[in-house]
Design a protein around this ligand. Structure first.
Ligand SMILES: [Zn+2]
Length: 143
């Protein structure tokens, strides 16, 4: 174990440091290194020796999906980066797409309604460029 001795010579890890590392391993290597006054490398080496992951994701393999509470997260699978199980990952994407489609639909309805108002107001110049017509309208003297 001479190897370990030389490794620890530069920045000695006290038990308090290790406790801190264990508790804060999800803060990221840089934050821990700054808090303990150690190098990032030293933190990484100690974390791996203690079997800790320095990943900033708060979830771990086997964590239950926080959305459905029914499925385990799948490391590296769809949804892993967001902390969701694969079914929830696809459901969230589907919901997002539905919302986008609804937004586009509503926007089209709005455009159609606006055209109707223009046609009703302008009596035929519905195709006129709106900002030009608005400018004319503004110049018209108010009775
Ligand atoms: Zn889920």
């Amino acid at each position: 174990m001479n190897h370990e001795k030389s490794l620890l010579k530069r920045s000695r890890w006290k038990s308090g440091d290790k406790a801190y590392l264990r508790k804060h391993c999800r803060d990221g290597a840089d934050a821990i290194a700054a808090a303990l006054g150690k190098s990032r490398h030293s933190v990484e080496v100690m974390a791996s020796r203690m079997g800790l992951s320095l990943s900033r994701q708060p979830w771990r393999p086997g964590s239950l999906c926080p959305r459905c509470g029914a499925h385990e997260l799948e490391p590296g699978g769809p949804g892993w980066a967001e902390g969701l199980c694969p079914p929830c990952h696809w459901e969230v994407l589907a919901e997002r797409s539905e919302r986008k489609a609804a937004e586009i639909e509503a926007r089209r309805a709005y455009d159609r309604a606006r055209d109707h108002v223009r046609a009703a107001k302008g009596g035929g110049d519905a195709k006129a460029v709106p900002w030009v017509r608005d400018a004319h309208a503004r110049r018209r003297p108010v009775p």
